[in-house]
Design a protein. Structure first.
Length: 255
């Protein structure tokens, strides 16, 4: 499935007018990098129950099982993943002076690898470990997974520095994301089911303050036809390539 060229050009025209653009991304943007999403067909939550393995209470009461079932597998997946045309397209929009910031719910670091310079990791990062006792952060290189869960020099268990269900979003990141959303002129909502708060609320803030909302997703979401001004039904990589080409065309014409 591919959106029509008319819709691509509507989205490109809104991007070309933008100078304070924000992207909100979710697991779908990394699907073409080989990382499965959480919800829907082939999603991680089809295979494991998130309340059993991705809730903070599960980690506190059974850290070894959460490490074995969730963290170890994700860690292995992320070490080999590379950015795809979706991540690279957002970085190109930044280079073109359109996009300021990427707010991502992903913990895979692929926007930074693609070269985006201002990335808000709304749900933290899997690339860093944090001690559950003394809260000191450390690298994966500092540990081995011979013993699960890995232990901090202070004696408490280590965990990836991600936001689990039941945990709050960092207040500073939340506040900054809300302000950027309120002040952006165009928001690209890419590869998120837009079902998990408070991230799902950011497009509503942007829309309420007059931003043009472009949604990119092979499936409709709760934002489609309600909040999104243009919905491009298709995979992020292919759609982003077409948007970037159409924006380059507009910018070339206006030189
Ligand atoms: N390109 C773009 N979007 C895609 C693609 C693709 N190639 N493949 C799938 N999608 C879409 C799906 O249609 C779905 O709407 O990506 C979305 C993924 O949704 P979720 O799995 O719910 O991911 P996300 O929105 O990031 O979830 C939010 O929920 O479980 C928590 O903490 C986790 O950060 C995550 C949060």
């Amino acid at each position: 499935m591919q959106p029509s060229q008319t819709l691509i050009e509507q989205a490109a025209a809104a991007c070309a007018r933008g100078t304070k653009g924000v992207a909100l991304t979710g697991a779908g943007i990394s699907v073409e990098s080989g990382i499965p999403p959480f919800r829907g067909k082939g999603g991680l939550w089809e295979k494991i129950d998130p309340m059993k393995y991705a809730h903070i209470d599960a980690l506190v009461s059974n850290p070894a099982e959460v490490w074995e079932v969730l963290f170890r597998g994700i860690g292995e997946l992320l070490t080999t993943a590379t950015p795809n045309a979706g991540h690279l397209g957002l970085q190109r929009l930044e280079q073109m002076g359109i996009l300021q910031t990427v707010i991502t719910q992903n913990v895979d670091g692929l926007h930074q690898k693609a070269g985006s310079s201002d990335v808000i990791e709304f749900h933290g990062t899997h690339a860093v470990l944090r001690c559950m006792g003394c809260h000191v952060r450390s690298d994966w290189q500092a540990i081995t997974l011979d013993r699960i869960p890995p232990v901090c020099p202070c004696g408490a268990y280590l965990r990836p520095d991600v936001v689990m269900f039941g945990e709050p979003i960092d207040v500073g990141l939340l506040r900054r994301s809300q302000i950027l959303s309120a002040n952006c002129d165009v928001m690209l909502v890419v590869g998120t089911s837009a079902t998990v708060e408070p991230a799902a609320y950011l497009p509503l803030i942007a829309k309420d303050r007059g931003a043009f909302i472009i949604e990119i997703n092979p499936e409709p979401t709760p934002l489609t036809d309600r909040v999104s001004d243009v919905t491009l039904l298709g995979p992020a990589g292919e759609v982003m390539e077409r948007i970037v080409a159409a924006v380059a065309n507009i910018q070339g014409r206006s030189l």
